[in-house]
Design a protein around this ligand. Structure first.
Ligand code: ACO
Length: 367
């Protein structure tokens, strides 16, 4: 028996982590790391976040891709109510099940969804699952959705059982719009791979959520708040930051794999702080830590531009809006689900299975 090795198709070079590999064509979003620009459907993120509600941004982002013949707003409202009907499933799981896992459980309980119309049902269900899961974990009864409210207002009401504060709901809208989509990141790629097998949309979103959970991806800007807690006072920022860098510890909320300049999402989120008018000095502390960190990073790595990333001001904004840090990653999934669903539909339209090759480096049978 004659073996031809390596086979021609395997002779191609591999790209570690698929870095630089173009694996899909998309009309959805473009991340320009050199310019520090994020474009969604032809518009800069600065022209969307802080200007549109979450619902308006969904309509804009899905326009022409995900059918909106029946009113999208109606479908988003219906989706919230249908999700709440699944509460017995969520409440049956152990009380200490983390919020993120219970949200995935809720998605699993949705019927098989093959149509693009189902995207609205999924994106509307996740906020309901998030709020209910947080309350169940805290030993409280879930609060029913109020579809006269916007999704952001309703998230706050379903979490607390109290009328939402307008400023906090606006901050949440700003956050959810800011993180709606971001090129072919790991979770979006996961969603597209699953969609390419013709699995149902909810399965693709469950897979994407699982990829987002990891600390190298959506693993929460919670550590940024831990850092602010540790610094304590603005006067301590320079010393604390210098000490961390001296000990080889990375500063959370700085640097980015793609952006070689400032992450535009950091500025968009920072701009939302003005409206929140937090008066306990926490925002001033965050700004002092940012200033100290940027100065120290310039000294520490003069050849590499390490700038503020999205996680830093996600943490500061969501905390100022009264959101517990344990809910940051679940909220990330709520916003990003809009992008995932659109990518699923785009992938389905190609009809092509994503199936790359691997290079076998193990032993061969002796002949
Ligand atoms: N603090 C201190 N040093 C840093 C930081 C930082 N935040 N970020 C990068 N560096 C240093 C590294 O130590 C490394 O130095 P070395 O060459 O002497 O080893 C150099 O800069 C390059 O670092 P890489 O990890 O190769 O850069 P990469 O672009 O791959 O990393 C990453 C990006 C992982 C985000 C990194 O900047 C980091 O760890 N930041 C802190 C964690 C964080 O904020 N994560 C959220 C990112 S936003 C998002 O993913 C949604």
């Amino acid at each position: 028996m004659t073996l031809v090795f390596p086979a021609p198709s395997l002779a191609k070079s591999t790209a570690s982590g698929l870095e630089g590999v173009i694996a899909a064509e998309t009309v959805l979003s473009e991340v320009d790391g050199a310019k520090g620009q994020l474009v969604l459907r032809g518009k800069a993120i600065e022209d969307l976040a802080g200007k549109l509600t979450f619902e308006e941004a969904i309509a804009f982002f899905w326009d022409g891709l995900i059918g909106t013949e029946t009113s999208l707003e109606d479908r988003l409202r219906q989706g919230r109510l249908k999700a709440f009907a699944l509460m017995p499933v969520l409440e049956a799981a152990p009380r200490d099940l983390p919020v993120y896992q219970r949200m995935r459980l809720g998605l699993s309980a949705l019927a098989d969804m093959q149509s693009e119309e189902d995207a609205a049902a999924i994106c509307a269900a996740l906020p309901v699952f998030l709020a209910a899961s947080a309350r169940i974990q805290a030993g409280l009864k879930p609060v029913a959705p109020d579809v006269s409210l916007t999704i952001s207002q309703d998230i706050l009401q379903m979490l607390t059982g109290r009328k939402p504060v307008e400023r906090a709901a606006n901050a949440l809208d700003r956050y959810l719009v800011t993180i709606l989509d971001h090129g072919l990141n790991a979770s979006t790629f996961t969603a597209r791979v699953i969609a390419s097998t013709k699995a149902d949309m909810a399965s693709a979103i469950i897979g994407a959520m699982s990829a987002l959970k990891g600390p190298l991806h959506g693993g929460a800007p919670g550590p940024v708040l831990d850092m602010l807690d540790a610094v304590g006072t603005s006067e301590n920022a320079d010393n604390w930051v210098a000490g961390e860098l001296k000990n080889g510890i990375r500063l959370m909320g700085f640097g980015h794999r793609i952006y070689r300049t400032r992450d535009p999402r950091a500025d968009v989120l920072k701009a939302g702080l003005a409206e929140l008018q937090r008066e306990d000095g926490r925002i001033a502390l965050a700004e002092a830590v940012e200033t100290a960190a940027l100065a120290a990073l310039r000294r520490h790595k003069p050849d590499r531009l390490l700038e503020t990333n999205v996680e830093f001001y996600t943490a500061v904004l969501l905390e100022a809006a009264g959101i517990d840090r344990s809910l940051f990653t679940p909220l990330f999934a709520v916003g990003r689900s809009v992008g995932w669903c659109a990518h699923v539909v785009e992938q389905q339209q190609t009809g092509k299975l994503i199936r790359p090759a691997s290079r076998y480096t193990g032993p061969m049978p002796q002949i």
